[in-house]
Design a protein around this ligand. Structure first.
Ligand SMILES: Nc1ncnc2c1ncn2[C@@H]1O[C@H](COP(=O)(O)OP(=O)(O)OP(=O)(O)O)[C@@H](O)[C@H]1O
Ligand SMILES: [Mg+2]
Length: 326
């Protein structure tokens, strides 16, 4: 890639309109000090100094897209509760469009609330109902997506298996994308694999790719990738391989891209960064191999950062230039 080209590609992300459909979550951190043990029970008393909200699950994909400049739309189902209001507020702070977030009185907003005393996580409290959403919720979610589809450049299906991406929802979105010539990429959950037939691309990790095929015996991960791409009739497949980087399957070709991450601190969310950057690069018309390399670079940055799973344009450029010295 010529000098300056990566900057142009990343700049062009701001012209994109990308939607994420999936399981939006709120991560909540209650942070404080512990000075004493409770008189009520043998547990520490945390004197809370700060509460921090972080976008999680599919909402972390939204955050990645928006941080890199794309106009981002989110579609999902959250509760009609206080945590749902907080989640919406976090989206709005980042100018993320939330018209497509359906509020339900029959399910809670998915929240993972941590209590941190000193430097230690003492407890995590989870709220979630991961049953499939009702037919009514499916319909209203799809109505929002249908109303927006013509404006979009790409849709990402971020499946955490928490009930939003039902077979009906996924199949309808993929066929809408095909009709409208829109890229649709999937971060999959293996048990739902057969729903994703006909998507543009998928970004499973090693374990997910193997489980998508229901295999326990296989010769190589390469064989798995090829078979999965064929079986689900994908245009291409980007198999992420943690410390081994990633493998891109396109036509008959397989391109292995090693990771260049030097220091690895926190690998959570790397998969979200991969699908976000890869999808935006594809939607910008970048060649697939280049899109994968940029996504791999972004993931290499994110695993080196503690406590956050987003990357900026400048961080990607700086790291790319240290790896690919043309
Ligand atoms: N230990 C590591 N060392 C170097 N790079 C890594 C490591 N783990 C992840 N990466 C980078 O992040 C990318 C995605 O990681 P991985 O294959 O673990 O996805 P994942 O399991 O979907 O992640 P997530 O935990 O976000 O769901 C890899 O392709 C690689 O570029
Ligand atoms: Mg993942």
């Amino acid at each position: 890639m010529k000098k300056g080209r990566l900057g142009e590609i990343l700049d062009s992300f701001k012209n994109l309109k990308v939607a994420v459909v999936g399981d939006m979550m709120l991560d909540d951190y209650l942070i404080g000090n512990v000075d004493r043990i409770s008189p009520e029970a043998p547990v520490p008393v945390v004197s809370v100094k700060e509460e921090r909200f972080v976008l999680g699950g599919a909402a972390n994909v939204v955050n990645n897209l928006s941080t890199l400049g794309a106009t981002t739309f989110c579609f999902g189902v959250i509760g009609d509760d206080f945590d749902g209001d907080r989640l919406i507020r976090e989206f709005e702070k980042k100018s993320i469009e939330t018209m497509g977030v359906v509020r339900s009185t029959s399910r809670p907003t998915i929240v993972k609330r941590r209590i941190i005393g000193g430097n230690q996580q003492l407890l995590r409290l989870d709220w979630e109902d991961s049953r499939a959403i009702s037919e009514d919720l499916e319909k209203s979610l799809l109505k929002h997506i249908e109303a927006k589809i013509k404006e979009l450049d790409a849709i990402i299906l971020s499946d955490y298996d928490k009930g939003v991406l039902t077979p009906n929802v996924v199949k309808r979105i993929i066929s809408l994308c095909k009709e409208n010539n829109i890229i649709v990429t999937v971060d999959p959950k293996p048990k739902n694999a057969m729903n994703y037939i006909g998507a543009t691309s998928m970004t499973p990790n090693r374990k997910e790719a193997i489980e998508c095929l229901g295999k326990t015996n296989f010769d190589s991960i390469i064989e798995i990738g090829q078979e999965l791409k064929e079986k689900l009739q994908l245009d291409n497949l980007l198999l992420t391989r943690s410390e081994e980087g990633m493998s891109l399957f396109q036509g008959e070709e397989i391109i292995n891209i090693p990771t260049y991450a030097k220091e690895v601190f926190d690998v959570t969310g790397a998969g979200d960064t991969v699908i976000s950057v890869f999808t935006m690069a594809l939607a910008s018309g970048v060649k697939i191999e280049e899109a994968a390399k940029i996504a791999n670079t972004a993931a290499g940055v994110v695993v080196g950062k503690m406590g956050t799973s987003i990357v900026t344009k400048d961080e990607i450029i700086e790291f790319y230039n240290t790896i690919y010295k043309d």
